[in-house]
Design a protein around this ligand. Sequence first.
Ligand SMILES: [Ca+2]
Ligand SMILES: [Ca+2]
Length: 181
Amino acid sequence: MVITYFVLSALIGLLSLVGGYEVVPTIEDGIPDHLNFTTAPFVKIGHGYYYIEINAPKNWFDASESCHRLGAKLISFETIQEWDLINRYLLRNQIYDIYWTSGADLAHLGKHGWFETGNPITLQIWYPGEPNNQNGNEHCDELGYRGSSDNYNVLNDRPCEYTRRYICERSYPKTASFIIW
Ligand SMILES: [Ca+2]
Ligand SMILES: [Ca+2]
């Protein structure tokens, strides 16, 4: 990203030097609709961009690596709104499965956090009685093993070696543009 800014700044500088143009750079959040820019395989849900792997189940580590190869990370629910939006999307599209999230207590046993953000899981989106670290072997957090009363998918800790489908999320895109006058 820093390199992108550097190249852009260098280009703008060059244009203003060579042509005597007035150059007005802008950086906006998101992607303007008129650009018709495809974000596939990521889908926009709320303000975020997500990839929902519905075919190939993988263990938690492999799922994490797979997200990174897409330039993304296993999903972390920072807000209850994000969790709500993902659930609505899964329900609306009738996607019923179990997905790895970035939740884990691998760094600090007994303390579940979002591995990809480093923040603790503070949302009350666990199935009742979870995380229970059954057989002392459950350290990665899946979404959707059991639903709440309204069919929303909730969290449960599982052995990280279990294979699950997974959801990746990408950081919110920005659009850099400049007007040459
Ligand atoms: Ca998130
Ligand atoms: Ca459990």
